[in-house]
Write a protein that binds this ligand. Structure first.
Ligand SMILES: Nc1nc2c(ncn2[C@@H]2O[C@H](COP(=O)(O)OP(=O)(O)O)[C@@H](O)[C@H]2O)c(=O)[nH]1
Ligand SMILES: [Mg+2]
Length: 361
């Protein structure tokens, strides 16, 4: 899973990237952003993996990871006139992410305020969304023109018509301008336009980047964001600095601030929820490992997430629940109580299932 941090300049994207990834990329008030994105992989912390690892004492413990990209961001819009949107390269890369983390400035900084104005989260959200809409409109219009041209010249095929109708629907959605209400596409239409990777059709998490001093007090603002998007609040600067502390010390600071879990955990939880991902586990003396699949995925999908051979040769999945394991203390106890099941191909995997795939190649 890939998450792209986008937003206006100086909204704190790089700061949040550092907070999430533990990297130490320079952030500052003055310098112009560079063009290439920062990329790092983020461990999906899951206390269940930690507990399983303590129980099985495997040679290797593997957490799920997600990839985080920090984009340079928009160029300055000076004098109210928009100069430039994303660079072409950047746009191409943003298209590859599964979800957008839209960072908005909700902190005061004397210098930044004087150059860019007081923080105005809603206006910033709209500015960024307008840019995304514009980029998508160009794609949709160019393709629509071409299709219409082809149809006029007599090459009318059902596939082309389907694509045209889907694009027309997307075009209407973009013109109406509220990305929080995506068009309802049929499965076939979705397939016909998937290749365009429209930015506005990607799930969006709005990340409110707040001052340390106001963190937790933006309930109303967050409530309004939630009416349209999935939203979370970070105290970016503060959470970046936590990375530089010892664990216990960081924990004490977080408690002080009323931050229960790290920025990394909050973002990954939000992303899993928004994208409809769940985790299942494999356990053993060699490795305890977390895997990610879409909610609703079957035992065969889970097998495929591990290795395509396991999906191809799938026979059955031996399955028990993480919670049951923790309640009863051992696999043996589960076996005695009949809590270990054998499931077939179509079994819908649940979050926290521990699976062992029996297969035949
Ligand atoms: N007070 C405060 N300053 C922040 C916060 N996040 C970022 N900044 C400052 O804002 C400036 C720009 O941050 P940066 O992460 O480089 O923004 P980017 O352009 O979006 O990548 C830096 O001087 C940061 O120290 C925050 O949560 N609180
Ligand atoms: Mg930056």
């Amino acid at each position: 899973m890939k998450i792209g941090l986008i937003g206006l300049k100086k909204s704190g994207k790089t700061t949040i990237f550092n907070a999430l990834t533990g990297m130490d990329i320079t952030t500052d008030q003055y310098s112009a952003s560079k063009d290439e994105p920062n990329i790092a992989s983020v461990r999906v912390s899951d206390p269940r993996i930690t507990a399983l690892s303590e129980m099985y004492r495997p040679k290797k413990t593997t957490y799920a990871t997600l990839e985080c990209m920090d984009f340079g961001g928009f160029k300055d819009s000076q004098g109210g006139e928009r100069k430039e949107i994303f660079s072409g390269t950047e746009l191409g890369l943003i298209k590859t992410v599964d979800a957008l983390g839209l960072v908005v400035r909700n902190f005061h900084d004397q210098y930044i305020d004087s150059v860019l104005g007081e923080p105005d989260p809603f206006s910033d959200i709209d500015t960024v969304l307008s840019e995304l809409i514009l980029a998508d409109l160009i794609v949709a219009e160019t393709r629509l023109e071409r299709i219409n041209h082809q149809i006029q010249r007599g090459t009318k095929t059902p596939a082309l018509e389907l694509e045209r109708d889907a694009l027309a629907r997307i075009h209407a959605f973009l013109e109406q301008g509220d990305v929080a209400v995506p068009p309802e596409l049929t499965a076939d239409e979705d397939k016909a336009v998937r290749g365009f990777r429209f930015l506005t059709l990607k799930p969006i998490i709005v990340i409110l980047n707040s001052d340390e001093s106001t963190f937790g007090r933006s309930t109303e603002l967050l409530g309004m964001i939630w009416k349209r998007f999935c939203g979370i609040e970070f105290a970016g600067q503060f959470e970046m600095e936590l990375n530089r502390l010892e664990r216990d010390e960081a924990k004490a600071f977080m408690d002080d601030m009323g931050i229960g879990t790290s920025a990394r955990e909050r973002l990954t939880m939000a992303a899993y929820e928004l994208l409809g991902y769940i985790s299942f586990f494999t356990v053993g003396a060699d490795e305890v490992r977390a895997w990610t699949i879409r909610r609703g995925g079957t035992a065969v999908d889970a097998a495929g997430a591990i290795h395509s051979d396991l999906a191809r040769g799938f026979i059955r999945a031996e399955c028990f629940a993480y919670d049951d394991l923790m309640t009863h203390g051992s696999e043996k106890a589960l076996r005695d109580k009949g809590l270990i099941r054998l499931e077939g191909k179509t079994y819908p995997v649940r979050d926290g299932d521990i699976l062992s795939i029996r297969f035949n190649t």
